[in-house]
Design a protein around this ligand. Structure first.
Ligand SMILES: [Fe+2]
Ligand SMILES: [Fe+2]
Length: 252
């Protein structure tokens, strides 16, 4: 089972980078299944039904999200779309699905999205205990986890906690790709962060001048995406059967 996982596609330049590199990467790696973290894909952050449909037509199978899952006015409708999953540990009353299961030939693939609690603002449930609960009921042949979190310590703890229980634990959210792709002792594939797809020159996708100004003034501002930059495209390729994990980092 060959999986392509593309990291946070960030705003308009993210879509531009996706359009520029997706087909080339797909043709090179020939994945059976494609996952995109789409939490920041729209200008308003969040995912829209329009983008969902466009990307599914191009071969994307599942969208994962993160702390921006609820950023758009239409988030409830988007979370109801069949191949979209939000972080499972938001809680019982949160709209959306805790995971998605998709059939591929005679196999079933489950995609789970989780959100971390270290240096994150939302009052979420314990993601470790949530995983125990989910793994009791999920019967899929392959299980892939997108752990949307800030702290590498939390990501590593999750990776070892799930080693041998899921096929892959892939980190998102920091927008900075890490170089620690490994096969854990019990066979789970792991990477702390895939990185983002969008502006190469930016403050994790945000406008440079604004990003510096906020640190100089101390005054909070809503992040403006960087609009003038060459591109980056970051993804990871997973071969679940042959236990291979390869980073794909394109920086123009
Ligand atoms: Fe993001
Ligand atoms: Fe995020």
């Amino acid at each position: 089972m060959r999986i392509l996982f593309i990291g946070d596609v960030y705003n308009e330049l993210g879509q531009k980078a996706f359009n520029k590199y997706f087909t080339q990467v797909k043709n090179q790696y020939k994945p059976n299944f494609i996952i995109v973290n789409g939490e920041n894909i729209e200008k308003t952050n969040g995912l829209s039904e329009k983008i969902y449909k466009e990307y599914l037509t191009q071969g994307v199978n599942v969208f994962t999200l993160g702390n921006h899952a609820f950023s758009r006015k239409d988030y409830k409708e988007v979370l109801d779309l069949p191949y979209v999953t939000r972080p499972a540990n938001y809680g019982k009353n949160t709209p959306g699905k805790e995971y998605v299961e998709v059939k591929y030939n005679d196999k079933k693939i489950a995609v789970i999205n989780l959100i971390g609690r270290i240096f994150m603002n939302d009052p979420t449930d314990n993601p470790f205990l949530k995983m125990d609960e989910l793994l009791e009921k999920i019967t899929a042949d392959y299980i892939i986890v997108d752990f949307h979190a800030e702290a590498t310590s939390e990501k590593y703890a999750m990776a070892y906690y799930l080693d041998g229980r899921v096929d892959a634990v892939i980190g998102t959210h920091t927008h900075v790709p890490t170089a620690d792709n490994i096969v854990l002792p019990k066979g789970t594939l792991y990477l702390s962060d895939v990185g983002m797809t969008g502006a190469k020159y930016g403050i994790i996708g945000g406008n440079v001048e604004q990003g510096i100004r906020k640190f100089l003034s101390g005054v909070p501002e809503r992040v403006k995406p960087e609009e003038n930059s060459v591109l980056q495209f970051n993804a990871v390729f997973l071969d679940l059967v042959n236990k291979k994990i390869e980073r794909i980092n394109i920086f123009e």
